[in-house]
Structures are given as C-alpha cells and as structure tokens.
Design a protein around this ligand. Structure first.
Ligand code: ADP
Ligand code: MG
Length: 340
C-alpha cells in the first residue's frame, strides 16, 4: 500500500484522496497547522495542494524529508518575483512587470503600463486576493507594507484566458491535457471550457512552453500554467505547481483525472497521455448553497466540498461532459436558471 501525505486539507487535497482510493493509494491531506507528532511520514511520499507553505511546526519538520516532492522548487515558484525572473531567464513571454520598491516609481510605471497597473502580493495570493488594480492617483489605496513585498504588472486587455495542465514523471516523460479556456469574475475562476479538437497551434505552443519549464526545473507531478491570449500570442500569467481548478473537468471528461495523474507521476506509476472523453465544461460554485435541482439534469456531475459557505469562497463545482454540443448547451441553459 502506498502512502501519500498532502500538505493542506482543502478541496484539492480531498480530491487527491478520492483519486487515490480506487488505485489502492492512501492519500492523507493534513492541515499545515497539524501537530507534527500526529503525522507519521517515514515511508511516505509528501506533496502539497498549495504552493506557499507558511512556516509552521509541521512544515519546519518536513523541510528535511527526503520524499518531499519538488520541495526545493516550492519556495521560489510560490514567490511571484522569483517565478517571473525564472520565466524571463528562460526567454518565455510574461506580462510586463516590475518589483514594486518604493513610491517614486509610479510615474514610470503608469506611462509604461498604459495607466493601469495590477499590484500583486509576491506570496500567498489566490482567487484574485492580495491584488489591486491601480490607476494614477490611487497609489495610496495600497496597503502600507506593499513596497518590496509586491510586484506590479501591466493591466492587460486580453482576448481570452487559457490554461494548460500537464505532468512530468521522475523519468522525464511528460503528458498534457488539452488547453482550457477560462472565464474569471473578480479574479475568481468561474467557468472552464474544453473543446479539444480545435486550437491545434495554440495547444502545441502551450505544451512547448510548459514542457520547457517542467524540464528545466526537473519538476515531478502536475503543474498548471495560465496564459493571456492576445491575437495569437500567449503571455504567461502564472504557474501553479500543483493540481489546478482549471483541470477539474478531467474528473469526468478525461480517462485519467489530474488528481490521479499527479499521484501516478509522484509514485512512478505508468503515465500515459489521458484520453479526452468529451468536450467539457466546469462551473465553479462560489459562495452559494447546494441546490438539489442541479441534479435534475442528467449531465451534471456535482462535486461538493462540504465547506462553510462564505461570499467569494469556492464551495464546489459542476462538470458537464458530452460529445454533442447541442446537448451540452441544453444543460447550460437549464443550469443558468439555478445559478447566480
Ligand atoms: P490568482 O493567483 O489569484 O489566480 P492571477 O494573477 O491569476 O492570481 O490573477 C487572477 C485573475 O485576475 C486572472 O486570471 C485575470 O483574470 C486577472 N488578472 C491578473 N493579472 C492581470 C493582468 N496583468 N492584466 C489583466 N488581468 C489580470
Ligand atoms: Mg491565477
């Protein structure tokens, strides 16, 4: 029996646990704040569901653990500054950005960034948190400690947002899912759409970019990359060294889910390219109560996280997968009556 500990006990850790069960893999998501004595990791593989690990008694203990996958990479991938430096060193295109050092930079920033700047905390942001859209004159709306602790990006007017989820195994082989088109609202992912037979050129381009990164880092497991698409140019927004919300459709729309794929990669199990079963749509459930009427549509796969409901909090998602676009569209129309 193989044992995997996941640092973090949110929905991603839970879905890794679910994916392990039918394969005979025991996956234990653990809170970062758990007492180290309660976690016995001797023979286990350790992975994470988040990239930014706060210094806790448990993470402190695990720093030296030999089986902590990608441990050395996490600290610089979780810092937007060092992540962007790496991407630029690899000659990969990112959104224009700067380290925000002090308040004398603003005139230059606004003139270079067409007067819309997005300030992002270097660490710990997610779902659009810890980032601020700033226009000239609004600099003093930033938190006082942002200098040195934030990067600033040009506000991009993009045609679409796209992401790619892939995995690399210990022996260096890599597999990828089709690219996903993503709609965000207030910085939170709302919908991911996968129509695999289109976008061949973009698919190849995105795979090339993620492939370079995975290889360069000697990374093991699933990683996601988010892009802004402008015309036919892909600009990298960010990397997520873990399973990713835009890959949730794979639970029902692919022969191997991203959660299973991650476990296979870190446990050195076979890693064939997952086969896409059907065009898929994933809808995030954000800050809303569970509605039983969603289930009246036969295509709906409900994944409910059993979390306390709060505004802006992801509490579940719905997957819809079908070969017939007309049928998919019918389900969307139906659901739209019961979603905000
Ligand atoms: P998070 O870690 O919260 O996902 P992101 O950097 O991906 O942070 O930002 C969340 C969303 O905010 C993006 O998916 C995009 O919709 C929007 N956004 C972020 N950066 C920019 C930018 N430079 N220009 C335009 N929109 C942006
Ligand atoms: Mg993002």
């Amino acid at each position: 029996m193989k044992h995997v500990y996941v640092l973090g006990d949110g929905q991603l850790g839970h879905m890794l646990h679910q994916a392990g069960e039918p394969l005979g893999i025991q996956v234990f998501p653990v809170s970062l704040y758990a007492e180290p004595e309660l976690v016995s990791v001797q023979q286990s593989i350790i992975t994470t569901e988040i990239e930014y690990l706060p210094k806790t008694a448990l993470t402190y203990q695990l720093v030296t653990h030999n089986n902590f996958i990608n441990f050395k990479l996490l600290s610089f991938l979780s810092d937007r500054l060092t992540q962007k430096q790496l991407l630029n060193q690899l000659n990969l295109s990112t959104v224009p950005w700067k380290l925000l050092q002090d308040n004398t930079q603003w005139t230059d920033i606004f003139s270079a960034f067409d007067a819309l700047a997005i300030v992002k905390s270097r660490v710990g942001g997610y779902d659009g948190r810890k980032q601020w859209q700033i226009r000239p004159g609004e600099e003093n709306t930033l938190p006082f400690d942002c200098y040195g602790q934030c990067i600033v990006e040009k506000g991009i007017i993009f045609d679409q947002e796209i992401s790619l989820v892939g995995a690399r195994s210990v022996d260096g082989s890599m597999v990828f899912y089709p690219i996903t088109r993503n709609l965000h609202n207030n910085g939170i992912l709302l919908i991911s759409i996968v129509f695999p037979e289109i976008d061949n050129h973009l698919q190849q381009e995105a795979e090339k970019i993620l492939g370079i990164i995975l290889q360069e880092l000697n990374y093991v497991g699933v990683m996601a990359i988010e892009f802004f698409l402008i015309g036919d140019q892909l600009l990298i927004n960010e990397l997520a060294p873990r399973v990713h919300n835009s890959g949730h459709w794979t639970q029902n729309g692919a022969s191997i889910s991203q959660f299973e794929l991650h476990l296979r990669a870190i446990l050195m199990l076979p890693l064939p390219t997952p086969i896409v079963i059907a065009p898929s749509i994933m809808i995030n459930l954000i800050g809303i109560e569970l509605c039983e009427l969603w289930l009246a549509d036969p295509l709906v796969h409900l994944h409910w996280y059993n979390k306390i409901i709060r505004p802006r909090r992801k509490v579940g998602h719905l997957n819809l997968c079908h070969i017939d676009y007309v049928r998919l569209n019918y389900s969307l129309q139906y659901l739209s009556k019961y979603l905000p």
